[in-house]
Design a binder for this molecule. Structure first.
Ligand SMILES: Cc1ncc(COP(=O)(O)O)c(C=O)c1O
Length: 446
């Protein structure tokens, strides 16, 4: 009989080149701190915090113990009409961390679910306010908001959308913020705030009172780290305020210190009406997503409901799961005790110095970075994505795990990294990219 452990056949892997992976697998067997171990027992440094989700580093015993304790105390409670302490405790901790009066938390189990929940909260809010005709959403080109049909409809990535038909009606996209003139700009570009006026054009086209919400990632993450120009998010906020449109920040990547402050909203000084989060909320160990809501949103929906009736017909079997909440609380304790947000902010300049030093490699066509996030564009080989995939494989074979979107390499180290870890990541990256440049017949700039 075929041993399950010896077969890679049956797992249909997500967002993966299944055929190729199964002929040349990249398998990981252990993780601790900044390192994975591959199935040959070799160390692989984690250049992207798993998938932006392990800023506290891997294998944290505090989280493992909290999860174990919770599993043996209270493993599950139905979240509809029943509750348990931990979800209230975690919601309160998150409310303390979020800026402004983002004081209410609706739990989900992933970033995609958080985004779809935020879309529904926006629709419910306007209905409760007596404006049920506000059903349109505005998002951006080159946005990633997960893969469920709501978030997919908001998304601005062609390969993720093209197979799946027309997606939701009533979603339109404003321009992304990458511009030719801002190549190799570190941090925020000085110009480009006027791109936010696209939202006003959509208001002029569709009518303000048809639009429920505008969704943006403060920094677009999965499409290559697109940092907003100075003043851009402020201008979106002003246009939303003028027209009663909810502003939603999707902080699934930006949240929990990635931008050098607790949320992107803090870094850029703009408070959205709704804020989605996931990934680092449990340091990646148990799936969880959440939507933060401002006082006026929560009050409008909850106070607008019947005295003993349900106000919002939405939720998941695992919303606020006790084990995920235990992991979340233990993660927030680590953030507090180890001052991880401050650590991220302090490490950022060394990280970005090293990343921007890659500019001399001739296949590097642009670099963007902010906080502990960086995107490095590579010149396309014969077809889009070919070089990116080869770089991903070469890095892994050389002992580093990174993220690639088409031909953009993305780095996002854990905040517990030391300078030597950043140096190791960037040495490995330089070696692989230089080899690719040489193969392409290009020489390093002298
Ligand atoms: C901004 C943003 N929103 C939503 C998601 C979807 O999260 P998940 O994969 O947990 O569903 C992601 C995932 O990377 C993301 O980056």
């Amino acid at each position: 009989m075929k041993s399950a452990a010896n077969s890679l056949e049956h797992h249909w892997m997500p967002f993966s080149a299944n055929k190729h992976f199964k002929s040349e697998p990249r398998l990981v067997t252990e993780a601790s701190g900044l390192y994975f171990k591959n199935n040959r027992g070799e160390q692989v440094i984690d250049g992207v915090s798993g998938l932006f989700c392990t800023p506290c580093g891997h294998g944290r015993p505090e989280i493992a113990e909290a999860v174990h304790r919770q599993l043996s105390t209270l493993d599950y409670v139905p979240p509809f009409q029943f509750g348990h302490d931990l979800s209230f405790a975690l919601a309160r901790r998150l409310a303390e961390l979020m800026p402004g009066d983002l004081d209410y938390v609706f739990f989900a189990n992933s970033g995609s679910e958080a985004v779809d929940s935020a879309m529904k909260i926006a629709l419910q809010y306007h209905r409760s306010k007596g404006q049920p005709q506000r059903t349109r959403f505005v998002s951006r080109e080159r946005a990633y908001h997960g893969v469920n049909f709501g978030g997919l409809s908001l998304a601005g990535m062609v390969r993720n959308r093209e197979t799946f038909g027309n997606t939701l009606p009533g979603v339109s996209h404003i321009r992304h913020t990458w511009r030719e003139g801002s190549r190799f700009v570190r941090g925020q570009a000085d110009s480009g705030a006027e791109l936010a006026d696209d939202l006003q054009r959509h208001v002029d086209l569709y009518g303000a009172d048809t639009i429920a919400a505008c969704f943006v990632e403060p920094i677009a993450g999965s499409t290559g780290i697109l940092v907003p120009p100075k003043g851009y998010l402020q201008r979106l906020r002003e246009i939303c305020d003028r027209h009663g449109i909810l502003l939603v920040f999707d902080e699934v990547i930006c949240g929990f210190g990635r931008t050098g402050k607790t949320f992107g909203a803090d870094s850029f000084g703009v408070v959205p009406d709704l804020l989605t989060m996931a990934k680092a909320i449990t340091n990646g160990v148990v799936p969880m997503g959440a939507v933060g809501a401002r006082e006026h949103v929560y009050r409008t929906v909850v106070d607008g409901g019947p005295p003993k009736g349900i106000e919002f017909f939405h939720g998941y079997t695992y919303s606020g799961h006790p084990v995920a909440c235990a992991a979340g609380l233990a993660t927030l304790d680590i953030f507090r005790d180890e001052k991880l947000v401050e650590k991220a902010a302090a490490l950022s300049s060394h990280f970005l110095d090293q990343v921007f030093a890659l500019r001399d490699i001739p296949i590097v066509t642009d670099i963007r970075g902010y906080g502990m996030l960086a995107g490095i564009d590579l010149a396309q080989a014969d077809k889009p994505g070919v070089r990116g995939y080869e770089v991903l494989q070469d890095l892994f074979n050389g002992g580093m795990l990174a993220r690639v979107t088409v031909d953009t390499l993305i780095l996002a180290p854990a905040f517990v990294a030391e300078r030597k870890h950043i140096d190791e990541m960037l040495d490995k990256t330089r070696r692989v990219l230089s080899r690719h440049a040489q193969r392409a017949g290009l020489k390093l700039a002298s």
